[in-house]
Design a protein around this ligand. Structure first.
Ligand SMILES: CC(C)(COP(=O)(O)OP(=O)(O)OC[C@H]1O[C@@H](n2cnc3c(N)ncnc32)[C@H](O)[C@@H]1OP(=O)(O)O)[C@@H](O)C(=O)NCCC(=O)NCCS
Length: 204
């Protein structure tokens, strides 16, 4: 598989939405993605196989916490290592934006994603009761700490070996993707919400 990872652009959004609407019970709207692409302190990326978008993900910064906002892979391409490659890129982007630790929420039932996150050193740190509005499911909050330490670099090196060669295109010199910003808490969309305003309500 010749995978290319690039910054997400508007031109990718119709393909992103095709995956989004299949994999998430409460998909984000295209408008939400468009807004996210305009906001600072974020990095959204897509994985492509040739011209085909096969997955995407995003990370946003709040102080020196990198929040994994979303990761999704075309179900037809599941279990090919695309999710791992995407998360690896999001970790790279978060570190470049100044992240000292990473966090995310995952559905209690989402054992596939949880297994992927554990590989990246995420450990459960608590639960948010009835976090997901579609079915009232709890979220597990996971954190990966000390991501600038040598031991985490060693973990990333092992992951890089599994990921193998990936073409990364369009990242160098893109200050909008790598510049460090500090944003106010609760200004970000959460995975369970179809709209940032609703996310603010549901997560605060
Ligand atoms: C979670 C998701 C991104 C994983 O993507 P993927 O490309 O299929 O995952 P990978 O092939 O990179 O798998 C990497 C590791 O994750 C774990 N994993 C992935 N899918 C798994 C599954 N169905 N069951 C158990 N473990 C799984 C495994 O440890 C796997 O390593 P291995 O294949 O060497 O055993 C994908 O299933 C997805 O898009 N799910 C729907 C959206 C979603 O839930 N996103 C997360 C929101 S919190």
């Amino acid at each position: 598989m010749a995978l290319t990872i690039t910054p997400m652009r508007r031109r990718h959004l119709s393909s992103v939405m095709t995956i989004e609407t299949v994999v998430y019970p409460r998909p984000w709207s295209q408008r939400l993605f468009e807004d996210e692409l305009e906001r600072p302190a974020r990095a959204y990326v897509v994985a492509r196989d040739g011209e085909q978008v096969v997955g995407y993900g995003g990370v946003l910064m709040i102080a020196d916490d990198g929040h994994i906002a979303t990761v999704a892979v075309d179900p037809k391409r599941a279990r090919e290592g695309i999710g791992r490659a995407l998360l690896r890129e999001l970790v790279r982007q978060a570190i470049e934006m100044g992240a000292k630790q990473l966090t995310l929420e995952v559905r209690v039932s989402n054992s596939a994603a949880a297994a992927l996150y554990r590989e990246f050193g995420f450990v459960p740190a608590g639960a948010r009761k009835a976090y997901y509005a579609d079915n009232g499911e709890d979220a597990i909050v996971m954190w990966a700490h000390d991501i600038c330490d040598e031991s985490y670099s060693a973990r990333l090196s092992e992951i890089d070996e599994k990921v193998g060669p990936i073409e990364r295109v369009g990242f160098a010199g893109e200050s909008d993707q790598t510049e460090r910003h500090v944003v106010r808490p609760f200004s970000h969309p959460s995975r369970q919400s179809p709209h940032p305003a609703a996310a603010t309500r549901e997560t605060s």
